[in-house]
Ligand binder design. Sequence first.
Ligand code: NAD
Length: 337
Amino acid sequence: MNAHPMLKAGVIGLGVGERHISGYERHPNCRVTRLADFCAEKRAEVAKRHPERRMTDSAADVLDDPEIDIVSIASYDQHHFDQVMHALDRGKHIFVEKPLVLTEEHARQVREKLRGSPHLRISSNLILRRCPRFIWLREQIRSGAFGQIFHIDADYQYGRIHKLLSGWRGELPGYSLVMGGAVHMVDLVLWLTGDRPVEVTAFGNRIATAGSAFTNFDLVRALIRFESGLVVSAGCNGGCVHPHFHKLEVYGTEASFVNGLESAFVYRSRDPGTVPETITEAYPGVDKGDLLEDFVEAVLHDREPEVGQDAVFNALALCFAIERAAHSGRPEPVRDI
Ligand SMILES: NC(=O)c1ccc[n+]([C@@H]2O[C@H](COP(=O)([O-])OP(=O)(O)OC[C@H]3O[C@@H](n4cnc5c(N)ncnc54)[C@H](O)[C@@H]3O)[C@@H](O)[C@H]2O)c1
């Protein structure tokens, strides 16, 4: 017999948010009952695929619905903070698309509020943790097969410049591709290494989007010093003429990993005659709803989800330091949130 209660979830924002629906419902104890989008065309389109769900134009209808236990916040970035705070006021568990919030001050306010509601779970869609190739890599690193990791190069190659030139990302003043894109690479590095970042130097430019309304850097490159001495080069490349790709090179004292679109390669020798090992584990191999079954499980069992609260705030903290460093031109500390 299934002893657990049936949980009800609601989703705000039906772009990537629509893909949360099937993610929740992979768990036998969760049903998505309410969907919100302020765009009438989007509501009509999604209603055709989900005729049985209650649809509303207002995020507040979901946030205030006493029957809803879990809220997915997949609205535009600039709405996340207010909706997260509202959801916490109403005692909801929250799965929020990245980035959780856009400023350090907002991040602190959310964390403070969470301290007052320790039973509420929060997670964010840092989905690369579910990529089979990166899971394989993490297991290798953890087994010691790579020796000590001393350098990582992690770049979010966007390959979707049109999204910066039009649509909400293009229209939001100061839209940050660090917070919206590099956050995936930052989280990946933190998850792969378990190391603590200390200080960041960064540069940026907007050559690729010059002459457009896009106001922030479309290219950011950061050098990050970690507690162990590890040096990571990480960033985002909004203008690259290249398919969407997560560039990842990991250098350990015993082996090197180089990601590729088709397969990855692992070098375990410096001998130029040695053929590298081809890694064929799927990449990206993830669906945007893949973390949700675990999130429901975490709510039901009152435990941290796979992407836990600390992980969400640690990734944000490093992104804020990168953004600060790129704009100040000075080394910036990573400040705990
Ligand atoms: N985890 C990932 O890999 C990933 C991928 C894409 C987008 N995202 C994030 O998801 C969020 C949405 O991006 P998207 O690509 O789905 O955008 P999108 O434009 O495709 O869809 C967003 C939808 O949300 C609706 N919406 C926005 N704000 C709303 C609000 N306050 N109330 C009601 N409806 C609202 C819009 O009308 C639109 O239909 C962003 O925060 C983005 O960073 C995450």
